[in-house]
Write a protein that binds this ligand. Structure first.
Ligand SMILES: [Zn+2]
Length: 206
């Protein structure tokens, strides 16, 4: 009985306050960076070499590895409450952008890429306790490539750039600055270091 009550309490978390921040992945403590493992080239600001159709650029987010061995339905969560402003659900670059209108006029945006199984749409208010979607499953990784076996996660200081929706991606209304940061100056103009940003928010709560 006590166990049932405890389980119930775990799953009926009170609604998050606006801009109360959490890790975007499952973890014992979602208010600590401790559980985060990045891919070998997943650090924020890491120089990325040019490849066909992509110029050399700095990595504008972090590549967070799957926390464990769940290759079926490993959830990805919004990092805070917010509103979905853009979404593409096609292929390995499936992406959700959330706008967070924080108190004091401090609006920031978060980007989640390489998602599958999207559970939200544009205009939805999202909670950090409900998944946006999930990491790709084994079958999707076999199809698209195992280089996508991570969550690309960004936090933006500037509003993403509006985009005219294309027929294949009608809800892709904004795009971040992922491929246009060529210097530290560009990077810090548009982006926060996600690890530093979250740590600073959690520190305020101590
Ligand atoms: Zn990345």
């Amino acid at each position: 009985m006590i166990r049932a009550i405890l389980l119930f309490m775990c799953f009926s978390t009170a609604p998050a306050q606006p801009c109360e921040w959490f890790l975007p992945i499952r973890a014992e403590d979602r208010r600590s960076w401790e559980a985060v493992r990045l891919s070998g080239i997943g650090e924020f600001g890491l120089p990325r070499r040019a490849r066909p159709e992509v110029p050399a650029h700095l990595h504008t987010g972090v590549d967070i590895l799957r926390p464990g061995e769940n290759y079926r339905d490993e959830p990805v969560f919004p990092a805070a409450e917010g509103i979905v402003i853009s979404l593409r659900s096609d292929g390995p670059f499936a992406q959700v952008i959330v706008e967070h209108r924080c108190p004091g006029g401090n609006t920031v945006w978060t980007v989640y890429e390489h998602l599958a199984g999207l559970a939200v749409t544009v205009g939805d208010t999202v909670s950090p306790h409900r998944p946006l979607g999930r990491f790709m499953n084994r079958e999707e990784l076999n199809r698209f490539g195992w280089q996508f076996d991570h969550l690309h996660f960004e936090i933006l200081r500037e509003k993403p750039r509006p985009l005219a929706p294309a027929p294949k991606t009608p809800l892709r209304l904004f795009t971040p600055y992922s491929l246009e940061c060529f210097s530290a100056e560009d990077l810090h103009k548009y982006y926060f270091d996600p690890g530093e940003f979250l740590a600073s928010r959690w520190k305020r709560l101590e």
